[in-house]
Design a protein around this ligand. Structure first.
Ligand code: NVA
Length: 229
């Protein structure tokens, strides 16, 4: 990986990596001379979360005071959303079945990084959605957890985002999903394809956000940087 990082740094201006182990990204960062973009790892999905803050800003430009409820497990998307929300003053709550909370190391790192910000976790999806401006969900089994899909389908069934759960949120609440979605599992078709769904606008914002991210990362890169090794 170290050799790959040094070679590819001379070929391209940035590298977006989608992988499982977060340590692989850290190794690339150590040895590459180009920006390494986390395009999803087991531990984080920052490009998704930052683009989602753009989608929320379309509801309220300064974001402050918005409430975002995430119904699912404490996965990569939830962890990055919790961090982005803490940075931007958005209230964020995760609703998950017992035993599917955030991984311990994440909860510890979050507490150290954001003292005074509660990492809110609920086990009642209705209570979490209460008063929310946006209700968000993600697949019940992430990439790499396919072998758990059957058991998770049973455990997470009460956590499906359906019309009734959306009714617990604010009357003008929107529905968000990072996609791809499984209609009839984590979200009812009527919600995903209904009037409160912003998921396709959300998907468009992923592109705009990432265009801006690339621009900000590569604009000052010189030919000498490229030929550092
Ligand atoms: N949590 C999901 C996100 C997919 C974009 C996964 O890791 O598979």
């Amino acid at each position: 990986m170290a050799d790959f990082a040094r070679v590819v740094s001379q070929y391209v201006d940035a590298l977006a990596v989608r992988t499982f182990a977060h340590s692989l990204l850290e190794e690339l960062v150590e040895y590459a001379s180009i920006p390494i973009i986390n395009a999803l790892s087991d531990d984080a999905h920052p490009c998704q979360a930052m683009a989602d803050m753009l989608t929320l800003a379309e509801l309220k430009p300064d974001l402050a005071g918005l409430k975002l409820a995430f119904i699912g497990d404490g996965n990569n998307v939830a962890m990055s959303l919790a961090e982005a929300a803490a940075l931007l003053g958005v209230e964020f709550v995760l609703a998950c079945p017992e035993g599917y909370e955030y991984p311990e190391p994440f909860a510890r790192a979050f507490a150290a990084r954001f003292p005074g910000v509660e990492l809110a976790v609920a086990h009642d999806p209705r209570a979490a959605a209460d008063g929310a401006d946006a209700v968000y969900t993600d697949v019940w089994a992430s990439m790499g957890q396919e072998h758990e899909a059957d058991s998770r389908r049973e455990i997470f069934a009460p956590f499906q985002v359906d019309e009734e759960l959306m009714d617990a949120a604010r009357p003008d609440a929107v529905f968000l999903h990072c996609l791809p979605a499984h209609r009839g599992e984590e979200v009812a078709s009527g919600v995903l394809d209904g009037p409160r769904s912003r998921v396709f606008r959300q998907a468009a914002n992923r592109m705009y956000f990432q265009m801006a991210l690339l621009e900000s990362l590569v604009q000052d890169r010189s030919a000498e940087d490229r030929l550092r090794f």
